[in-house]
Design a binder for this molecule. Structure first.
Ligand SMILES: C[S@@+](CC[C@H](N)C(=O)[O-])C[C@H]1O[C@@H](n2cnc3c(N)ncnc32)[C@H](O)[C@@H]1O
Length: 317
């Protein structure tokens, strides 16, 4: 990708910044993410003064807007409609995987970075950084396992990444929205991948679903949708005992409400009724000897509203 030559006031997101964001070393980022690093324009401007105020106002307006939808059972038709649109475009394009990218990745928008609001030059900054993070966390924690399940997989872009980068694995994508299963069956048909879609509801886990021995489970911005109702899914995981669980989610316990950008993210999080008390519950389970937490980290990065890519990695005992 051709890089632009920005004026002096621009900062650069460098390898050390990504290492800090991901909670790892710079050498690990360099080793695993060179492809994404090469495709990203890393220049950004920290917003200040009136420009920053405009972002703050936009966030506050979203929180106060009575039309801002809350997550939960009533949102199923929205997810079916959204993934149905991706499915249609995917088919019309002749099965182009880029058409599966969720439309909530907006172009040319401000982002959150280490408590600042920034305006990146790269129009797809948040998407590319998320992909970079995905390559790192999947390589670190999922790569050793032969069967991998994504719960709340939506349009299956992460599973497509796994199929392309780790051939030979058995992949299973689960979601309550039917178009997700249609997308996955087309991926299996047209790409020849060993991938299967299944209907699954976090609120009512399928009692007949059995996980393969020594398999890995992950969620990526999906458990956020259950609010405080993560008990049923956790019981399912404790029963099925996957070898590892990776949750990339907005973990609200990490926000420090004495900082303005965290305070706003937390208000937005509560307004949306996003994942509540999950990390706290995992820590309780660890204290009772039911699970082991292997890693957990606040990734201080995301779209304008919240830090959606924090993570916790754990295993049932
Ligand atoms: C923000 S999207 C993330 C999708 C996918 N993980 C990704 O990163 O592209 C949230 C996903 O959670 C799914 N979801 C929401 N509530 C659910 C529930 N109760 N059971 C199963 N899936 C659910 C939605 O259908 C949607 O696919």
């Amino acid at each position: 990708m051709e890089k632009t030559s920005p004026p002096e006031t621009f900062s650069i997101m460098n390898v050390d910044d990504f290492a800090k964001l991901f909670g790892t070393s710079s050498s690990e980022v360099l080793e695993c993410c060179s492809e994404e690093l090469a495709s990203l324009d890393p220049h950004y401007r920290v917003l200040a003064g009136d420009e920053r105020d405009q972002v703050l106002l936009q966030v506050l307006a979203k929180i106060d807007d009575p039309g801002t939808p809350e997550s939960g059972t009533s949102r199923l038709p929205d997810w079916e409609r959204g993934w149905g649109e991706n499915l249609d475009e995917f088919v019309r394009s002749g099965y182009d995987i880029e058409k599966l990218v969720p439309k909530y990745f907006k172009k040319n928008v401000p982002a959150r970075f280490m408590g600042e609001y920034i305006l990146p030059i790269d129009p797809q900054f948040v998407l590319v950084c998320t992909r970079m993070f995905r390559r790192w966390i999947f390589g670190r924690y999922l790569a050793p396992y032969d069967t991998i399940y994504e719960f709340g997989c939506g349009p299956a872009t992460h599973l497509a990444f796994l199929a392309q980068n780790y051939p030979g694995k058995k992949l299973v994508g689960l979601d309550w929205a039917r178009p997700s299963q249609e997308i996955i069956s087309l991926l299996a048909q047209h790409r020849g991948w060993d991938i299967e879609g299944r209907h699954f509801d976090f609120f009512h886990p399928d009692p007949t679903l059995r996980l393969a021995p020594r398999s890995a489970v992950y969620t990526f911005g999906a458990l956020e949708q259950v609010g405080g109702r993560h008990g049923e899914f956790l019981d399912f995981l404790l029963r099925e005992k996957p070898a590892i669980c990776v949750n990339v989610e907005c973990l609200c316990e990490y926000y420090d409400a004495s900082r303005l950008s965290d305070y706003l993210a937390l208000r937005y999080h509560r307004r949306k009724k996003y994942l509540d008390g999950y990390l706290t519950r995992l820590k309780e389970l660890e204290a009772r000897g039911r699970i082991e937490i292997l890693a957990s980290h606040h990734q201080r990065f995301g779209n304008m509203y919240d830090d959606s890519n924090s993570y916790v990695v754990w295993r049932p005992l």
